[in-house]
Write a protein that binds this ligand. Structure first.
Ligand code: ADP
Ligand code: ZN
Ligand code: ZN
Length: 741
């Protein structure tokens, strides 16, 4: 027996299989997916690898597998990694990493389970005594600092304490010897739902439309057949209720469910609905979990305790067996596409996994991705519709406000007269308002009125944003901060002016205009600690705060019964981003924000302020006319040859030396042309729209065409021919990127 093994390595030249002989004693146990050690190359050291295939014949094998380490991965994992490495131009071993337990496949899985207990530090004497010691008997400042801290925060994890106080563990030991503190081993509770008391609910009687969607999907569950459904359902149409009932069906059959949601809407609100319906057996995976929590959740899934897995993009790699359905909510969201190697799209992988398992896949959205909708029209997906709000709430009215008119009548403020009036009215009626702003910070850029100089980041070719908190300019790409300039560095003029509107500016204007209003702001600057996302939303809801001001973060999924007014401060922000999806993003955003208004008995009103009232994305969003928007968009995409009519492959060439970057770009361009693939159109290398980030120059080559096997081979071949290139230049290939910048 022989095994094809992929060596665990980042080297492009090792991204292939090598055949090994399976020794007789391993033949009964070895499986595809096993982690093995094999002799490789000249040295004596063994290399780690994964079995990708077992076979009876091999022309090349001449060495034996030395050892089987563990079998964490399945045959399906290996198939998925193969597909990914090909489709996303990356190494098999990079893909494998995503499927391993958090922390990687370390030597001993059980060892890490120990981190369920941690060492906590407690004061060992009464507070008065400690105070006395601090006063009289202690000389060391560090010791005093630690004790003082513990007086306020008794019972803290050692490492955390060390990180916060910067007092070393050695000093803690000294204090322990003096019997001032003590170490206690405690089990740490890593259940992310521990703080929750959720009352159970029962399933609702589905309305006719919901029932019809349910029946179609249920048919596939019963028949154990793969079908990809595109569920287009207006916001509040009861998509989640349909998901819940389908999952119930799947569980009844002894199978499991995987639900993906955008990272940003992975809020407690959505998880609560699952907890309320199912109570137990739910695992949650997202980026805010601690390593310990992630590890626990992973194990809960691996050992079968979790029947429902809810997570962001990377949950697609959760070790679930016996899947019965995959649901991707808000499927148009760009967070399903990874912008790091491997640059995978979770929707593509979900399709692959659903086929492997013969189960239905649902992509749910109020504003489907134009490419998905097109594929549904072509018959590649099954389109199912929910056209009405489920709880009889009426759709909100959307009003477009022409900000050019406001200027004409002398209103230079960021709020139109009508929006001010409506906010005022809402304040009087004790109703809540949401104001959506697409930028955080105060103003979007700072410019000299005399010479036009724009203050840019010294590391990145991007304008700095003014933040009123701390009174600094910040780079949103690299985090660089600098004090604000009083005079222009170019011409010494003092006419420095702040342009554009960010969340902080809206907040301060609201405070000026409506001093009596309570406000709360939500953007990356206010959401940093573990639960503050949740805290902000809960506070807004429970304390009936008048106005929530926020970025993209506020637009998804939330259900605030008392919100009746939504204002979009500047709908144009997304229109000028130099991306072929600018209109699509605008339409989606307006629809999503509007969906937050009037979700219960009071009707919702939305005011969309814009300088481009004739733009078709904005016009169509007023009537919530997705189909009209889609038709217009499709014509444009066809004329300009953009997806869905082709794939876009973005090859990025980056490095600190601009000349090397240019040289490699040119060479790669020539190599691509040499391949003579007539189905691919290769554009000349040019600087990326953001040419420099953190002192790294970024050039790009755009390739358009169908990303089929031949195209993949063409690009791989061209890359291979470049292999002797300057090692200080990195090349990444991104198929259908979400970010063209
Ligand atoms: P979506 O996921 O499409 O935004 P939700 O599932 O959140 O919609 O439903 C919106 C509201 O309608 C929720 O308050 C939900 O409880 C309610 N709802 C959903 N389905 C029904 C139904 N069949 N009967 C009554 N109310 C429903
Ligand atoms: Zn100037
Ligand atoms: Zn920067």
């Amino acid at each position: 027996m022989f095994a094809a093994v992929v060596i665990n390595s980042n080297a492009r030249e090792l991204n292939r299989v090598f055949d090994y002989i399976v020794p007789a004693e391993m033949q009964g146990t070895i499986c595809v997916g096993d982690r093995v050690f094999v002799p490789f190359g000249k040295g004596k050291n063994l290399s780690e690898g994964y079995v990708s295939e077992l076979k009876e014949k091999s022309e090349f094998a001449n060495k034996e597998i030395a050892k089987i380490e563990d079998s964490i991965l399945s045959k399906e994992n290996i198939e998925l990694a193969k597909l990914m490495s090909e489709k996303y131009f990356c190494n098999f071993s990079d893909c494998i990493k995503l499927m391993l337990p958090p922390g990687g496949a370390s030597k001993d899985l059980t060892k890490r389970v120990k981190d369920k207990t941690a060492r906590f530090v407690y004061l060992a004497k009464e507070k008065d005594e400690i105070l006395f010691y601090i006063d009289k008997n202690l000389k060391s400042d560090k010791q005093k600092k630690l004790l003082n801290f513990l007086l306020e925060n008794d019972g803290m994890d050692v490492s955390e304490l060390e990180a916060i106080t910067e007092v070393s563990k050695a000093i803690m030991s000294t204090l322990e010897k003096k019997e001032l503190i003590k170490f206690v081993y405690e089990k740490i509770e890593r259940n992310p739902f521990i703080h929750k008391k959720i009352s159970r609910d029962e399933k609702l009687v589905l309305n006719e439309e919901q029932q019809s969607v349910y029946d179609q999907v249920e048919f596939m569950i019963e028949n154990e057949e793969f079908t990809e459904f595109l569920l287009k359902g207006v916001t509040g149409s009861g998509k989640t209720e349909v998901y819940l009932q389908l999952i119930e069906k799947v569980l009844e059959k002894g199978k499991k469910a995987l639900v993906l949601v955008p990272e940003i809407s992975l809020t407690p609100q959505i998880i609560d609905r699952f907890l309320a319906r199912f109570g137990e057996g739910i695992a949650v995976l997202h980026s805010k979990l601690s390593n310990g929590e992630r590890f626990d959740e992973w194990n809960k899934i691996k050992n079968g305790d979790a029947k429902i897995i809810i997570g962001a993009r990377s949950a697609i790699f959760a070790p679930v067996d016996n899947l019965g359905i995959i649901i991707i909510d808000e499927a148009h969201d760009s967070s399903y596409k990874s912008d790091m190697t491997p640059r995978y799209n979770a929707k593509d992988l979900a399709r692959f996994i659903a086929k492997q398992n013969n189960i239905p896949l649902i992509l749910g959205s109020a504003t489907p991705d134009v490419c998905d909708y097109y594929k549904a029209a072509q018959g590649d997906k099954e389109l199912v519709l929910l056209t009405k709000r489920a709880n009889n709430a009426s759709n909100p009215t959307i009003n477009i406000v022409d900000m050019r008119q406001e200027l004409a009548i002398g209103n230079k403020s960021m709020f139109s007269e009508i929006l001010k009036e409506k906010i005022n009215e809402n304040l009087k009626n004790k109703k809540q308002t949401i104001l959506f702003v697409n930028r955080r910070g105060y103003s979007t850029f700072v410019m000299c009125r005399d010479c036009g100089y724009v203050v840019k980041c010294s590391n990145c070719s991007i304008a700095l944003t003014y933040h009123s908190f701390g009174n600094v300019l910040k780079c949103h790409y690299c985090g660089h901060e600098e004090p604000i300039a009083k005079v222009c560095p170019e011409c010494s003029s003092s006419k420095i002016k702040y342009f554009g509107t960010g969340t902080q500016k809206v907040e301060s204007e609201i405070e000026k205009l409506f001093p009596e209003a309570t406000t709360i702001r939500m953007d990356i600057d206010t959401v940093s600690k573990k639960n503050s996302h949740e805290n902000i939303l809960n506070k807004f809801k429970n304390e009936n705060i008048d106005i929530l001001i926020g970025t993209q973060m506020i637009v998804k999924g939330h259900h605030f019964p008392n919100v009746t007014l939504v204002g979009v401060i500047a709908a144009d922000g997304a229109l000028n981003i130099g991306d072929y999806r600018a209109e699509e993003r605008t339409f989606q955003t307006i629809t999503q924000v509007a969906g937050r208004a009037g979700r219960e008995k009071d009707k919702g009103e939305v005011y969309v302020q814009t300088y481009n009232p004739d733009n078709y994305a904005i016009v169509c969003s007023q009537d919530q006319d997705y189909d009209r928007f889609y038709k217009g968009e499709l014509i444009l995409r066809k004329n300009l040859n953009y997806p869905p009519f082709c794939d876009i492959i973005l090859i990025r060439i980056q490095g600190e030396n601009i000349n090397s970057v240019k040289k490699v770009s040119k060479k790669l361009y020539e190599e691509l042309l040499k391949q003579k693939n007539e189905n691919l159109f290769v554009y000349k290398p040019v600087p990326s729209p953001v040419e420099k980030i953190q002192n790294v120059y970024r050039w790009r080559i755009v390739v358009k065409g169908r990303l089929n096997r031949k195209a993949i081979a063409t690009i791989n071949e061209a890359l291979k021919n470049l292999d002797n290139r300057d090692k200080n230049v990195t090349i990444t290939v991104d198929s259908n990127p979400t970010n063209m910048m």
